[in-house]
Design a protein around this ligand. Structure first.
Ligand code: SF4
Ligand code: ZN
Length: 278
């Protein structure tokens, strides 16, 4: 965290906590740091997003609630249904075609939902538990989608966005298996159930691909990460202006185009719903 100056004493952090091993470990470690350095109880809040996936999210909501109670950390829960008018289960039925994949819709909604949750609790920082494996996979997803601009935003040094808020990823240089080991060793009660929609994501294929490579060539994932972040840093500094100079004409939030990805997604879902109603 200090390498990229992610967090200063006294800054209030909203941590995205899903109930998985990574986010529970992150919450636990940040709480430990606050306690050790005499921080205040108000410096940390867990924000949890309920996507509305039956049989999957219910287990994790309970896990997060009891974990937060044990740590004496406040937990704020927001749902897609309340924020965007549709749950993930509904979005899967309403989507115009399978080309609109579950995880791309869900990822778009989740990023916005965490921002809204963090703003609603006056946080200075949003922390998420993305690890090195996630980062390598995301780089490839953006590359394969032709989304070069997003690659520039992946570099871990935080940038200020939306009313001075920063986004940080403290686990970005840790392998996924290191965090699993930490969570198991601490006996965290993390979620075991898999999302029923995860098979649609190219991320699963990329995870298997990189794990296979790592098994045959130890260290290759870290090499890939280092190279990818060099590219990301160059992209960020070479052709990107400050974030937030363009606003979505529907919701008024930061956007790279005229309409932000959240409004595009909800519009497309609602349009398809009204066509099928006719
Ligand atoms: Fe959402 Fe995809 Fe994760 Fe399921 S696997 S919770 S659809 S991002
Ligand atoms: Zn918008």
């Amino acid at each position: 965290m200090s390498k990229y100056s992610m967090w200063k004493y006294g800054e209030r952090v909203a941590v995205g906590v899903s109930g998985g091993k990574d986010s529970l470990s992150l919450l636990y470690i940040l709480k430990k740091i606050i306690d050790r350095h005499g921080g205040s109880k108000n410096d940390l809040i867990a924000v949890t997003i309920d996507e509305g996936i039956k049989g999957y999210r219910d287990e994790s909501l309970e896990i997060v609630k009891s974990f937060c109670t044990k740590l004496s950390v406040q937990n704020k829960i927001l749902s897609y249904k309340d924020l965007f008018g549709v749950s993930m289960d509904e979005a899967m039925v309403l989507r115009p075609s399978e080309k609109m994949s579950s995880c791309s819709m869900c990822g778009t909604f989740r990023r916005r939902a965490i921002d809204l949750a963090a703003e609603s609790v006056d946080a200075d920082i949003v922390a998420t538990a993305h690890n090195l494996d996630d980062q390598v996979q995301t780089y490839m997803i953006n590359l394969l989608a032709g989304d070069v601009e997003r690659i520039g935003w992946m570099y871990p040094k935080p940038i200020e966005y939306a009313a001075g808020m920063k986004k940080i990823k403290p686990f970005v240089e840790l392998y996924e298996h290191e965090i699993v080991f930490y969570a198991l060793q601490r006996q965290f009660p993390f979620q075991s159930e898999e999302c029923p929609y995860m098979k649609e994501s190219i991320r699963t294929d990329l995870r298997e691909f990189f794990n296979k490579l790592e098994g045959e060539h130890p260290g290759i994932k870290n090499n890939a990460y280092v190279s990818m972040m060099k590219v990301s840093e160059r992209l960020r500094s070479s052709f990107m202006g400050p974030r937030g100079d363009k606003k979505c004409k529907i919701c008024g939030r930061d956007s790279t185009g005229e309409v932000c990805s959240v409004c595009k997604t909800t519009r497309s879902l609602l349009r398809h719903a009204s066509q099928t109603d006719r």
